[in-house]
Ligand binder design. Structure first.
Ligand code: GTQ
Ligand code: FE2
Length: 350
C-alpha cells in the first residue's frame, strides 16, 4: 500500500532540503501524496451565477464604462471561487459573458485558443469566422475554431450577450498560445451567410472534400434544430436515468466532438425528472436554456432558471432535478481527456 502522508520532517531532513534547494533539487517524498492522489483533487467549486439579478446589471454597467472596441472583447469573466484571481471557471476552461451593444464592433483577431459562443440574449448580432458571418439567436451554439479570424458586430437595436467558452488553460499548460490582431477591425465578407451550413449542415458533404482541421466545418448549430431533436426524443421514449435526453454536438465530417478541445452537449429533462447520481472526471459548465430546477452537488444546491450558468466540478457526484421541462446546454474538456485515455465516469455508488 502506498504511503498517503509525507514522512516525518526531522530537523536533519529539513537541513538537507535547505542544502539542496539552491541546486534546484527537492525531495519527492515530501510532495508525492499531493502530486499523485488516489482520486481527483480539485480547487474547482460548485457555483451558480443567476444571470438576471447577479450578472446582467453589472454587464450592462460595463457597457457604459468601456466600448467593445477599446476592450477588444468586453467580457465579464465567470471566475470559479476556487480559482480566485485565475480567470478560469474550471481547471482547464475559461467562461465569460460578452456584451456587444447596438452599433458596436469587436475587432478582428485570431488565436490558437478555440472558442464557443452560446447565445444568452439578443437577436441579430453576427460573428464572422474566416470570411463568413452568422447571425446569432438565443440558444445557438457557435464555434470559432483555433487560428481562425473572427470579429463580432451588432447591427441590431438591442444588446447582445453570449457565453464564451475557451480552452485557455489547456493551451497555456501546453505552451501553445499564439495570437495576432487583424489588419482591419471588420474582416472582409468572402462567402454568403449560410454557406457553411449548406455545405456541411445537412447530412451531406461536398463530394471530394476532406477535413483539414479538427474542428467541425459547421460553425453555427441553431437552437431551433437542437430543440426539435430533443422534443422528438422526449416524445418517442423514456429519458436516460442519469442524463435525461442528452445529445452531444458532433463534427459531421468525423463523428467526433464538434471541437477538439471542448465537448458540448444539450439535454432535455422532462418535467419532474430527477436524475440518478453520476460523476465524471470532466468538470462541466452548464447553461439553463429553458425551464427551471436544481442540481445538487455534495452539500451545494444550485438553483437554476433560464440564462443562469453553473459549474459542476470533476468527479463530484451530482443529481439534476427539473421542475418544469428543462433544457441545459453544457461544455467540458471531455474530448481532451478521452483522447489521452483519462476520462472516467461513475454511475450511482460505483
Ligand atoms: O470573442 O474573440 O471571452 O478572444 C475571450 C477571448 C472572447 C472573442 C473571450 C476572446 C474572445
Ligand atoms: Fe477571440
Amino acid at each position: 500500500m502506498a504511503t498517503q502522508q509525507a514522512p516525518a520532517r526531522t530537523a536533519e531532513r529539513q537541513a538537507f532540503y535547505d542544502t539542496i534547494a539552491p541546486y534546484n533539487l527537492a525531495p519527492l517524498w515530501e510532495k508525492l501524496h499531493h502530486l499523485v492522489t488516489p482520486e481527483p483533487v480539485t480547487q474547482c467549486r460548485p457555483h451558480l451565477w443567476h444571470y438576471d439579478e447577479d450578472v446582467r446589471p453589472h454587464l450592462m454597467r460595463a457597457g457604459g464604462l468601456i466600448s467593445a472596441m477599446e476592450a477588444t472583447r468586453r467580457v465579464l469573466i465567470l471566475e470559479n471561487p476556487g480559482y480566485a484571481g485565475e480567470a478560469t471557471v474550471t481547471g482547464s476552461l475559461f467562461a465569460g459573458l460578452q456584451l456587444i451593444l447596438p452599433g458596436e464592433v469587436a475587432p478582428a483577431h485570431r488565436h490558437t485558443q478555440s472558442a464557443l459562443r452560446f447565445i444568452i440574449e439578443g437577436h441579430g448580432a453576427y460573428t464572422a469566422v474566416d470570411g463568413e458571418r452568422t447571425t446569432m439567436q438565443p440558444g445557438d451554439f457557435v464555434i470559432t475554431p483555433s487560428w481562425t479570424w473572427h470579429d463580432h458586430g451588432n447591427e441590431s437595436a438591442e444588446p447582445m450577450v453570449w457565453l464564451d467558452g475557451l480552452d485557455i488553460q489547456i493551451v497555456k499548460l501546453l505552451g501553445a498560445s499564439f495570437a495576432e490582431p487583424g489588419a482591419a477591425d471588420v474582416q472582409a465578407v468572402t462567402r454568403p451567410e449560410g454557406d457553411s451550413f449548406a455545405r456541411f449542415g445537412h447530412n451531406l458533404l461536398p463530394i471530394d472534400w476532406k477535413p483539414e482541421v479538427k474542428t467541425s466545418p459547421v460553425f453555427n448549430y441553431p437552437y431551433e434544430m437542437s430543440r426539435a431533436a430533443l422534443a422528438a426524443l422526449a416524445k418517442n421514449g423514456p429519458p436516460d436515468p442519469y442524463h435525461g435526453h442528452k445529445m452531444r454536438y458532433v463534427n459531421p465530417a468525423t463523428g467526433e466532438w464538434a471541437m477538439p478541445t471542448i465537448g458540448t452537449a444539450i439535454q432535455l429533462l422532462p418535467q419532474g425528472f430527477a436524475s440518478l447520481s453520476y460523476r465524471a472526471t470532466d468538470a462541466t459548465v452548464y447553461v439553463c436554456v429553458e425551464g427551471g430546477g436544481e442540481t445538487r452537488v455534495g452539500d451545494a444546491v444550485l438553483n437554476w432558471r433560464p440564462r443562469d450558468i453553473f459549474v459542476v466540478p470533476g468527479w463530484a457526484a451530482h443529481t439534476h432535478h427539473a421542475g418544469a421541462e428543462s433544457v441545459l446546454f453544457s461544455f467540458s474538456d471531455r474530448p481532451v481527456q478521452e483522447k489521452l485515455g483519462l476520462w472516467r465516469e461513475s454511475r450511482g455508488n460505483e
